[in-house]
Design a protein around this ligand. Structure first.
Ligand code: NZQ
Ligand code: ZN
Length: 381
């Protein structure tokens, strides 16, 4: 085991009706002005908005709204949020949405309390500020686990860069599986695939043999596959959505990462693909993950063999990866770049740009070269 400190800052309220309990327990600690942040409007059509607004009013909160947070949130949107938070002297930020809304709010929270541009601070100076205006997260679409950590993924459009920013962590998170019942099938499955990928990418990083986090990661992956298959039979299966919601949180609450290194090379490639194409995160991962795994098959042979045995009940690493590919097809997730919704045509030239700007992780089974990333992307075509 590597040395580590572990403490967990997010108080989780899990289950049907938990928003009301969370607000009643938590919101007294903060001032009266709440920024209610959300996305493109799904919470208005499914009734979550009304429920949240009435629960906030019961706590005598004054609500200022910030909406229109898009998938793959942009740096520009963060700045608009910061401006509003400062103008309105907001006491508390409530993010209601999926990973995009929660991530955008984490950075708004921190940026609103520091003068220096957070992007420059982190990417130019290598300094990190992880405090800010207190915030809570109500998860309406699970998969990213964004409610459990202090990392945010933001697209800087001018720089053609989608990358992680360390920022605030939510003080509490509401995980009510019934809130996810209206999430479109494609998003449910791509979100769940994101969870599978988080556990796999953590597992593939270097670790001691017989490290317990490897075993937990395998359990999270196996359970995610089981519950995704339940949803393929019945997309309205509330128990399966509930299990997936907790798997999503488990994969990103830090437990799997204690005392070990992580990989996350596929995420780095997907984020840059997202920077250029604005593709859906989980779908991008579904295309890249198997191709990457074949590339590192010899370097991670033992781990991929165990993955095959535990997650897909196959005897060899090769058979496990074939089963992963079949599973992606079974879920009707994309298997090639052509199937992704992209805002631009994906050419070889664009893939070269993606590859050349991809962050290379040095703790994965083998450190890739920029050219290998390009080869991987070409194989995804
Ligand atoms: O915007 P609205 O109208 O709410 O619609 C959203 C959006 O179109 C919809 N949705 C959410 N809840 C719904 C719903 N539709 C119906 N009913 C509901 N209850 O779902 C769509 C996708 O939402 P989004 O938040 O974009 O999806 P996701 O949760 O997959 O988040 C993706 C973002 O998170 C980042 C990704 O890169 C991407 O930017 N990630 C964040 C991570 C983190 N902070 O730890 C880790 C991940 O690896 C990931 O990179
Ligand atoms: Zn992810």
């Amino acid at each position: 085991m590597n040395t580590f400190n572990y403490s967990y800052p997010v108080k989780v309220y899990f289950g049907k009706g938990s928003a009301k309990e969370a607000f009643s327990n938590e919101l007294k600690k903060y001032g009266s002005k709440v920024l209610l942040a959300y996305g493109g409007g799904s919470i208005k059509s499914n009734g979550i908005y009304d429920e949240i607004v009435s629960a906030l009013k019961e706590e005598n909160k004054e609500i200022i709204e910030f909406n229109g947070i898009m998938s793959n949130p942009t740096y520009k949107k963060v700045q608009a949020g910061v401006e509003l938070v400062k103008k309105e002297k907001i006491d508390f930020i409530l993010a209601v949405g999926g990973g995009s809304v929660i991530d955008c709010c984490k950075v708004i929270s921190t940026q609103a309390t520091i003068d220096e541009d957070i992007w420059d601070l982190e990417y130019v100076k290598g300094q990190f500020s992880t405090t800010g205006i207190p915030m809570g997260a109500v998860v309406t679409a699970s998969g990213t686990g964004a409610e459990m950590n202090g990392g945010a993924v933001i697209t800087h459009e001018e720089k053609n860069w989608k990358g992680g920013i360390f920022a605030s962590t939510a003080d509490f998170a509401v995980l009510d599986p019934t809130y996810t019942m209206t999430v479109p099938t494609m998003q449910v499955l791509s979100g769940a695939f994101d969870t599978l990928s988080h556990a796999l990418e953590t597992y593939l990083g270097n670790s001691d043999q017989d490290n317990v986090s490897d075993d937990i990661a395998l359990a999270v992956m196996k359970n995610t596959v089981v519950n995704m298959r339940r949803l393929l039979k019945d997309i309205h299966d509330e128990q399966a959505r509930s299990n997936l919601m907790w798997n999503s949180a488990m994969a990103e609450n830090g437990i799997l990462k204690c005392g070990r290194q992580t990989d996350f090379q596929v995420h780095q490639i997907e984020h840059q693909l997202g920077a250029f194409t604005d593709c859906n995160h989980g779908q991008g991962l579904a295309v890249i993950q198997p191709v990457y795994c074949y590339h590192i098959l010899d370097d991670a042979h033992e781990k991929l063999t165990k993955f095959a045995q535990v997650v897909f009940n196959q005897q060899t690493a090769q058979a496990g990866l074939e089963a992963l590919q079949e599973f992606i097809k079974e879920c009707h997730l994309p298997t090639t770049l052509k199937e992704l919704h992209s805002k631009v045509v994906i050419t070889d030239d664009l893939l070269k740009k993606v590859a050349n700007t991809t962050n290379i992780i040095k703790t994965n089974p083998r450190t890739l070269t920029q050219d290998e990333v390009y080869q991987i992307l070409l194989e995804c075509k």
